[in-house]
Design a protein around this ligand. Structure first.
Ligand SMILES: O=C(O)CCC(=O)C(=O)O
Ligand SMILES: [Fe+2]
Length: 346
């Protein structure tokens, strides 16, 4: 395993027909996730042309006039998809992120099984947008499926353990645009947070990402050519019973125009996320994956907060933001054992 600021794992052999090859990647992945919770991945699975295409598409899309972009405002969607203007998302009181985004899910078309994060996406009227975005979504989801198998091996489970729970997951893809603003150095591009799902695969065009280390220090994550950045989210912290922790991260110094593409890999909406490691007492209470994802999302998006304030939306068993991962200076993750306990500790 090469050592940059973060471990780098070559996942090419996850596509090998030999179990030994796949196990060797699973072991490296496990080591990197235990060590850092954040790593670079590279592999023959990655099609560079798909990455080039999404960057060109995002550049063209975010350059459109605001009134055109607002026609697909996320607040008008039924499945939390669409355009996210500057100021919509807030991770800490009094601070709004200097970024625009476009969020999509898997574009779930069936009428049965719809959920707050599963339904047909709201698409902009831009020729080629849907194609480019879904091509990227499917490409990276394919890589994610191999990684779910690797996690199953790493956690001592049957390799196909997660397959049955990956039928229509509410995995989100965010296209993010951080505009250049010389005066914006101390303003967060995206406030500190953990990701809510199992793991995230991120591709970015410029540096800017920072992660918190075990001593509570923020460290810069440089870009490494030909890699994606991967990190553990809340749900994998639970599944692994705290073997891996969801690491807090943020984007602050937006020194140059930056585009990033984050695909958050979740299991199916109704899948109950609970520790899966055998022979260990569970250190986390189970939660329904899709609900956790929606509850956390509803605490940061202005349009959802308005719905909560008006009584139109009522959250069920929501944990406070930042319930997982290491808090500054702590050697151990927080492990909220129950929603009740976590909320009463606020
Ligand atoms: O843009 C980045 O590098 C990070 C984005 C991120 O952390 C997120 O969208 O959750
Ligand atoms: Fe994130």
């Amino acid at each position: 395993m090469n050592q940059y600021v973060l471990p780098l794992v070559d996942i090419s052999k996850l596509a090998s027909p030999r179990l030994e090859d796949r196990l060797s990647v699973a072991r490296e992945l496990d080591r990197a996730c235990v060590e850092a919770g954040f790593l670079y991945i590279t592999g023959a699975q990655m099609d560079e042309s798909v990455f080039r295409r999404i960057v060109a598409r995002a550049q063209a899309y975010f350059a459109l006039d605001m009134d055109i972009k607002m026609k697909s405002y996320i607040g008008g969607s039924e499945n939390h998809s669409g355009y996210v203007p500057v100021g919509e998302e807030q991770f800490a009181a009094g601070q709004c992120d200097l970024k625009e985004a476009f969020d999509v899910n898997c574009d779930y078309m069936r009428s049965e099984g719809r959920r707050p994060l599963l339904g047909p996406n709201l698409w902009p009227e831009m020729l080629g947008f849907r194609d480019d975005v879904l091509t990227y979504y499917q490409h990276v989801t394919g890589i994610g499926s191999q990684l779910f198998r690797a996690f199953a091996l790493a956690l001592g489970l049957a390799e196909d353990h997660f397959d049955a729970h990956l039928r229509n997951p509410p995995s989100q893809l965010r296209l993010i645009y951080y505009p250049f603003d010389a005066s914006a150095e101390d303003r967060p591009g995206i406030g500190a947070h953990t990701d809510y799902e199992c793991f995230t695969l991120l591709f970015a065009t410029a540096p800017g990402l920072q992660i918190i280390d075990r001593h509570g220090r923020w460290i810069d994550v440089p870009l490494v050519e030909g890699t994606m950045i991967m990190n553990i989210g809340d749900m994998m912290e639970i599944l692994s019973n705290g073997r891996y922790t969801a690491t807090r991260h943020r984007v602050t110094k937006v020194k140059e125009e930056r585009y990033s593409f984050a695909l958050f890999h979740a299991c199916d909406y109704d899948y109950v996320v609970a520790p899966v490691v055998r022979g260990e007492a569970p250190r986390y209470a189970p939660l329904k994956g899709g609900e956790h994802l929606f509850n956390q999302t509803a605490q940061t998006f202005a349009y959802l907060k308005r719905k909560i304030a008006s009584g139109e939306l009522v959250l069920n068993g929501a944990l406070p933001l930042d319930s997982f991962g290491l808090s500054s200076g702590a050697a151990e993750p927080r492990r909220p054992f129950s929603a009740q306990q976590a909320l009463s500790e606020q």
